[in-house]
Write a protein that binds this ligand. Structure first.
Ligand SMILES: [Zn+2]
Length: 146
């Protein structure tokens, strides 16, 4: 216990401070336990909005999985048509530029380019499809673990 006036460390049971002779207040032997004031707990933030946004996000993901293969399919078909038309377009431009031989050359290179493009385009579409199927599989695993 310390003196309330000068702060000297008082011996136990002392009636007055040996330093300043100030009367020691009785009633709290050993001093009051040093308890910190209760910290008010902040009110819990309503999880309504975050839960709702999470739900919306899950819905969006589901929708995305549903719609993506369809988009890939449409893009693949449209792209394939354009690639197939490429030899004819090259034949016409070749014909304008170099007459009959130009048209033959245009058709020849057009077919080669179209064949390579079809394979590459197909692979690209498969990659996109694979990415989304992996995403879906991961989600299925997560669902099973619940
Ligand atoms: Zn004192």
């Amino acid at each position: 216990m310390f003196c309330s006036k000068c702060g000297t460390n008082l011996p136990d049971g002392a009636a007055a401070c040996p330093s300043c002779n100030n009367a020691v207040e009785a009633g709290t032997p050993g001093g009051a336990p040093n308890t910190p004031p209760p910290v008010p707990t902040p009110p819990p933030i309503a999880p309504k909005s975050s839960a709702l946004s999470k739900d919306n996000f899950t819905k969006f993901i589901n929708f995305d999985i549903m719609i993506t293969p369809m988009i890939i399919k449409i893009v693949y078909i449209a792209g394939s048509i354009m690639i197939v038309l490429m030899p004819f377009w090259m034949m016409i431009t070749g014909g304008i530029a170099g007459g009959f031989l130009g048209a033959i050359a245009g058709l020849f290179f057009g077919v080669i380019i179209a064949a390579v493009s079809l394979v590459l385009f197909r692979l690209a579409c498969e990659q996109i499809k694979l990415f989304f199927s992996i995403h879906k599989e991961l989600k299925d695993v997560k669902e099973k673990m619940k």
